[in-house]
Ligand binder design. Sequence first.
Ligand SMILES: O=C(O)CCC(=O)C1=CC=C[C@@H](O)[C@@H]1C(=O)O
Ligand SMILES: [Mg+2]
Length: 318
Amino acid sequence: MNALALYRYAIPFHSAIDFNGHRLSQREGLLVKLELDGRIAWGEASPLPGFSRESLAQAQAQLLMLMPRLAPSDKLPEPATLPSVRFALSSALWKLRREHRITHQDPAPLLTGSSPQIIDKAANIDARYLKLKVGRQSVEEEIRLIYRLLEQDPKRRFRLDANRRWSEQQAAEFVAAIPLKQVDYIEEPTPSLQTNLALAESLGLPLALDETTQAEGYRYRPQPGVKALVLKPSLIGDLDTLAEMVVQAELDGVAVVLSSAFESNLGLDTLADLAAELTPDHPPGLDTLEAMKADLIMPARPGMPCLTEDQLECLWRA
Ligand SMILES: O=C(O)CCC(=O)C1=CC=C[C@@H](O)[C@@H]1C(=O)O
Ligand SMILES: [Mg+2]
């Protein structure tokens, strides 16, 4: 390796976002820079409060310990145990060795806000899939929203995400009232996996797992009723583990959709590469950059501030 560096960043959100009870007004994370024979690759380690098991401080301490040990031929160093650290290092090493550019799929738009705001935004986009959060307003209001969006475009398909906010009764009420054939899946309807599996079996709720896949010790195994896995690679760990999960799930007919954990544009670019390579039939859920007030290193959005390397906090360099 000709050069190595570790940076820390903080990017404000346009407005605060709730991540499973953690309200954040900015995204903080770590960037690993590798350089070899004139090629540069970036890896991102940004544990997401409310989702990740490790803290940013733990990821930072582990990376500071590992960076001096990295070499170009490297497999992941053994002591890289934290998912965010394994993701940053394995994806940066993968990018460093890769010769070709990868063409990205269009991500599925994520629509947030009040119902009128969502309806307005949806009127201006031509996308087959829409991702919506549910369990935020009353069940009646959210059912109405689905029908309003279908009036705009009857061919629309939905990816819904309750983040475990519904009761069993609310989930059942919602599922009974909407045209399920237009719904690809509902992520994590209630806090109980048993209840969610039972709703899938009894009512045909098209169940997707997200938070469940980040639990300590989670291993993919087929479960009747699970239609999709929504995997956040940066919270899962190294790319080999991710690729193995994708292959196993797809062999069982379970769709895999790669999804962001609100990484910076650098992390999102890696995730788009991975989605194009690993899950080409499923548009990824990566529409989260709009929440951020700035890009990092490589300008991703015209007219947006883009922080350069010397504007980031350098934690280590060699
Ligand atoms: O999956 C997507 O389409 C976009 C990412 C997304 O919805 C999320 C990312 C991170 C935390 C949550 O806010 C949310 C999710 O629960 O999946
Ligand atoms: Mg989710």
